[in-house]
Design a binder for this molecule. Structure first.
Ligand code: C5P
Length: 218
């Protein structure tokens, strides 16, 4: 039993990158430390929520006191997410690989002088969009939008395209230091428009967002 404004609420958080194997020793992936997702899980847990944490191979360890489901690929993440439904809210902080390697091999690819293997990519499922269109769609669905330009317009369009309630948008241009760093500067996009939050530690972004989630579910 946990007291708190989120007690009795079930919340799903996806976090970290996915890895899409090329062969048993190589993969393609997005850059993601999993720090923001882990901070969110902590903040929601601390408000008393039951947290289901579906994580790819992140560099930050999963927090204590949450139900951890470790996956590697996007398709495994989708399966774990669908298995976790129904939930009251779902937050998609994972950096999912948009493509997987269609011609992945079960044996290590050998180097052959003067030839390079070709990788063929095929599209991965969009987990956020799938959950938004799901018969068991959670009451509150929140996506993230990591952008490098026109952050708010791109994120506003993404909110409508994916069918989610809120988008947490950030500028991840290398100069910002957000990727792998401990601070984050986000814009919260809702039906009402965009709110610009000040630069904050990822833990504080998580606490503010968790408080807003609690308010929306109350
Ligand atoms: O389209 P884009 O990748 O920029 O969208 C980002 C949002 O969508 C994030 O919340 C991310 O977790 C989610 N996403 C997903 N499945 C994908 C791609 C993105 O859930 N295949």
């Amino acid at each position: 039993f946990s007291a708190g404004p989120m007690s009795g609420k079930r919340v799903l958080v996806t976090s970290g990158p996915t890895h899409e194997p090329i062969d048993p020793v190589r993969y393609i992936a997005n850059r993601s430390s999993g720090a923001q997702g882990a901070a969110l899980a902590v903040a929601l847990r601390d408000l008393g929520a039951e947290v289901i944490f579906v994580t790819g191979p992140a560099s930050v360890p999963p927090p204590a006191g949450v139900a951890v489901h470790r996956i590697e690929t996007a398709r495994e993440m989708l399966a774990a997410v669908e298995a976790a439904l129904p939930v009251d809210a779902a937050i998609f902080a994972a950096a999912v690989a948009d493509w997987r390697v269609e011609n992945s091999l079960t044996q290590k690819i050998k180097k052959v002088a003067q030839t390079s293997p070709s990788i063929t990519l095929s599209e991965n499922p969009d987990i956020l969009a799938t959950v938004c269109a799901h018969p068991e769609r959670p009451k509150l669905v929140i996506g993230f939008a990591a952008e490098t330009e026109n952050v708010v317009p791109h994120a506003t369009a993404k909110r409508l395209r994916k069918g989610c309630d809120w988008i947490v948008a950030n500028d991840v241009s290398p100069a910002t230091g957000i990727m792998g760093g401990s601070n984050n500067t986000v814009h919260l996009i809702t039906e009402a428009g965009a709110e610009d939050w000040p630069p904050l530690p990822k833990s504080e972004v998580a606490q503010r967002l968790a408080a807003r989630i609690a308010e929306a579910l109350a």
